[in-house]
Write a protein that binds this ligand. Structure first.
Ligand SMILES: Cc1cc2nc3c(=O)[nH]c(=O)nc-3n(C[C@H](O)[C@H](O)[C@H](O)COP(=O)(O)OP(=O)(O)OC[C@H]3O[C@@H](n4cnc5c(N)ncnc54)[C@H](O)[C@@H]3O)c2cc1C
Length: 419
């Protein structure tokens, strides 16, 4: 028997027999997408194994923050984990969208949707930690961490997964494997699933700042010709900066000292919240668009960044992954209740048909936004400024755009309807 560490703290010892382990579903990747899937299947009656390569503490420590859209919040409410997440995150009640410093601003408010909030902003650990805790309380889920999937073999009636844990290789046999192993998914590559897309000419700088005045629960998206610039409210009157710029400019901005960087930041953002103080380091990310040709093969499904990546404008990436997971959980549960084989391609195609087109629409929309605004071509400048002017004055168009951006325009998973 090999001793493995679970997420539990203090960690109870779990074991996996030398002859291997049988389950219904293996989830590879204990990031937000993988943990959300395990949580969504808590009452499914399926025996689930979740495998995460990094130590629990390393997984939590990722210094990222995300806009969390209304539909994602409804999904977490349906799962039953939202009351643990909400106290750790910030709400936004106003979104101000503008073309650089052109005075015409499109403003979205809670009155547009008749809701208390428009959305939320969460740091990585504020989502990951409650999900880890929730999964720990699911009797049907076993977590192997740190453990790594090193190879997979697909058969007609099962998938065999070689897992490296505590320096030894063990075999796991399952009806279905879900790859939630991120943008560089080795599971996707090994299965020969092709992807389409491109790297953007822009990189993305992220940083945390503390403004002098209250952020007032407002999110800003300013479209500069070099790239979109967002400032999002966080708890403790902090803000998250998500700033895209051409690679060289982004590198140069990152190389500035704090004072110079803040001066550039203030030039892009303005002075509405007074002086900004930089908190911690800045990080730079590569930006790309990617869509997998297939989201499902016999005994394999892809979710989250393993299936698609998009430009950070509008904070869509993780939210698309959460919607994937809610859709897949619904398809798997229904198939299991109908005594169908959950790993059969016919079943998994239902998930692929649901999510692939919806994700493509958002990938296309974010790409269009970035290209429309990231240039100084005069006819386009006039067209987009006219577009913003119209949007601010035509409520139907404004509400349609808002609902599209926060996930309320696609097919709603049952989990979100239950909440
Ligand atoms: C600058 C920037 C800003 C962003 N802002 C937003 C935003 O505001 N809102 C939003 O919705 N999205 C945003 N995104 C996108 C978001 O970060 C991603 O979509 C999201 O983190 C993907 O989550 P995931 O769980 O699919 O993958 P990951 O977070 O990459 O998780 C994959 C997990 O799989 C594990 N793993 C990998 N290989 C193996 C293996 N072989 N065996 C076991 N485990 C393995 C990894 O250790 C990891 O924990 C942003 C992205 C960037 C770059």
């Amino acid at each position: 028997m090999v001793q493995v560490q679970s997420y539990s703290e203090p960690s109870p010892t779990q074991t996996i027999p030398e002859q291997g382990y049988d389950c219904d579903l293996v989830i590879v990747g204990g990031g937000i997408a993988g943990l959300t899937l395990a949580s969504a299947l808590k009452d499914s009656g399926l025996r689930i194994l979740l495998i995460e390569a990094r130590e629990k503490s390393a997984a939590v420590a990722k210094g990222q923050a995300y806009a969390v859209h209304m539909l994602s919040a409804l999904i977490y409410q349906g799962i039953g984990v939202w009351d643990k997440i909400l106290p750790q995150i910030e709400t936004y009640r106003r979104v101000r969208l503008s073309d650089a410093d052109y005075p015409e601003v499109v403003e979205f408010n809670t009155s547009d949707l008749h809701t208390q909030d428009l959305g939320y902003v969460a740091e990585h650990q504020a989502l990951l930690y409650p999900l880890q805790e929730f999964v720990q309380g699911c009797d049907n889920v076993t977590v192997l961490c740190p453990a790594e999937v090193v190879s997979t073999e697909y058969f007609a009636d099962e998938v065999c997964v070689a897992v490296k844990l505590a320096g030894e290789i063990r075999t796991v046999r399952s009806k279905l494997m879900v790859a939630a192993d991120g943008a560089r998914s080795r599971i996707r590559e090994a299965a020969g699933i092709k992807t389409r897309g491109w790297k953007y000419w822009q990189s993305c700088i992220v940083a945390f700042v503390k403004p002098e005045k209250s952020h007032n629960h407002t999110a800003y998206e300013k479209f500069w010709s070099s790239g979109p610039f967002a400032i999002l409210p966080l708890p403790g009157n902090r803000c998250r900066i998500v700033w895209t710029a051409p690679h060289e400019e982004a590198q140069a901005l990152c190389a500035l000292n704090d004072e110079q960087f803040l001066a550039e930041l203030t030039r892009r953002y303005g002075k509405e919240m007074g002086k900004l103080e930089l908190l911690g380091d800045r990080f730079i990310f590569q930006v790309r668009l990617m869509q997998s040709d297939r989201y499902a093969l016999h005994r394999l499904a892809l979710v989250g960044d393993a299936a698609h990546n998009c430009h950070p404008v509008g904070g869509q990436g993780l939210n698309l992954g959460i919607r994937d997971v809610a859709a897949l959980a619904q398809v798997i549960k229904a198939a299991h209740q109908a005594r169908e084989d959950i790993g059969n391609l016919q079943v998994l195609k239902r998930y692929e048909r649901w999510r692939k087109q919806e994700n493509l629409a958002i990938l296309g929309f974010t790409d269009l936004l970035d290209r429309m605004f990231s240039n100084n071509f005069l006819p386009l400048v006039m067209l987009r400024r006219l577009g913003l002017w119209i949007m601010q004055r035509v409520p139907l168009l404004k509400i349609f755009t808002l609902k599209l951006m926060i996930g309320l325009k696609g097919r709603t998973p049952k989990l979100a309807q239950n909440s």
